[in-house]
Design a protein around this ligand. Structure first.
Ligand SMILES: [Fe+2]
Ligand SMILES: [Fe+2]
Length: 406
């Protein structure tokens, strides 16, 4: 729980897709020039006025989290991500005040925001609740800015203060465009963010999102928001990476891309529940008790997640639920969707183990059964090394996939 009671809080919201050096500079400048006790960096959940597909929340939250590392008096908050549906700054501020009772809240914005302030949701009420810290960049027309600030103060009673930061030409959209075309970053983002983007191939893999229709995309965002509370940030990043890789495999194998992504986002949501709870959920998932008896404790979270998904979000698609239930073990009659999830869980770009590249190459080359066979061989080797018994369903999966290869 963050302690903000009686503190002067700066609130800095954005999509942070990606979080880059100008974001970090803005935070540092505000801390240096305003008497703020703390700055809350808040990645937006579902932006209210953007139509492009933004990166998954777990990836954006992670970039902001590692992007502010070593800055004191800065916290990254997931409040807006946890709030399902479109959220507005006004509501975020009310929630913040009610939950944390800060002394005052100052919203930190770029000068461009001042130009569009009339279109903000309940702007007059918002201005009543907060002060506005407007950053002034070297290339801004200062007279125009001050003129608008005067009018905004007269119209809404806004309390506006300016702060300065060095001129910067960085923009998230330029960085994304550059990365989608396989450029290499060099100094546009904090180093940790750059290596995160590169190792996860974040923007090289995201063009597939544009193939998903609006309704399905909104459902996916809602799934991610709903699952957020169940798992740690590390597992959220894993799930988002699995979802992203699964989406790319789905586009290769002509499988429903949104469904593959949903599988990825939800496959591990039961993994951090107490084992007794996992057992009870998994038990409800299978009609036949003999299936569950072959699942060790580590494997229960698959069927447990399937049961959780089926009851909480009323999803009854068996192919979808079975893909989740058998994502760790595989099984004898796997659908292509099931194989996509099984593979993505092992070879998405958050993973790094030896001999991973040949499996990826097969999977991306349309040879899904060969990829499954090789991946299962790796799993068997690892289990043998650790002295763990083979699950019979994995053996069934292996035989079925080996039978399909040439
Ligand atoms: Fe898992
Ligand atoms: Fe997983």
């Amino acid at each position: 729980m963050i302690d903000l009671q009686g503190k002067r809080v700066g609130l800095y919201g954005g999509t942070f897709d990606p979080f880059h050096n100008a974001h970090r500079q803005l935070i540092e400048s505000a801390l240096a020039q305003f008497p703020l006790d703390i700055i809350l960096v808040m990645p937006l959940g579902q932006p209210s006025h953007k139509t492009r597909r933004i990166s998954l929340a777990a990836h954006r939250f992670e970039m902001a989290r590692i992007g502010v590392e070593k800055l004191t008096r800065v916290i990254v908050s997931d409040d807006e991500i946890r709030t399902l549906g479109v959220d507005y700054t006004y509501k975020t501020v009310l929630r913040l005040k009610e939950q944390h009772r800060p002394l005052e809240v100052m919203i930190l914005v770029g000068s461009d925001v001042l130009l569009s302030i009339d279109s903000w949701y309940r702007v007059a009420d918002l201005m009543n609740e907060v002060a506005l810290g407007v950053v002034r960049r070297g290339d801004d027309d200062i007279d125009t800015l001050h003129d608008i600030a005067k009018k905004t103060t007269a119209r809404y009673g806004a309390k506006i203060a300016f702060f300065d930061m060095p001129t910067s030409t960085l923009s998230s959209s330029d960085i994304r465009c550059f990365l989608e075309h396989n450029g290499r970053l060099s100094g546009q983002c904090p180093t940790s963010v750059e290596s995160f983007i590169e190792s996860h191939r974040l923007y090289a893999l995201s063009p597939v999102y544009s193939l998903i229709n609006n309704d399905d995309w909104e459902r996916l965002i809602a799934f991610e928001g709903w699952g957020w509370r169940f798992i740690s940030q590390k597992r959220r990043v894993h799930s988002a990476s699995v979802a992203q890789y699964a989406a790319n495999l789905a586009s290769i194998y002509k499988v429903n891309i949104a469904k593959a992504m949903a599988c990825g986002l939800l496959h591990d949501i039961a993994k951090e529940l107490p084992i007794e709870e996992q057992k009870a959920l998994a038990d409800n998932y299978f009609d036949d008790d003999t299936i569950l008896s072959s699942f060790s404790d580590e494997l229960l979270h698959g069927p447990a997640a399937a049961q959780l998904v089926s009851t909480m979000i009323k999803e009854q698609d068996t192919e979808f639920l079975d893909a989740i239930a058998f994502h760790s073990t595989g099984c004898g009659d796997m659908s292509v969707l099931g194989k996509i999830l099984f593979l993505s869980d092992k070879i998405a770009f958050d993973r790094s183990f030896k001999r991973l590249e040949p499996i990826r190459a097969l999977a991306e080359d349309g040879k899904i059964d060969d990829a499954m066979k090789l991946c299962l061989e790796e799993v068997f080797l690892a289990l043998e090394r650790d002295g763990v018994e083979l699950n019979p369903y994995s053996l069934h999966a292996y035989r079925a996939c080996a039978g399909n290869t040439h």
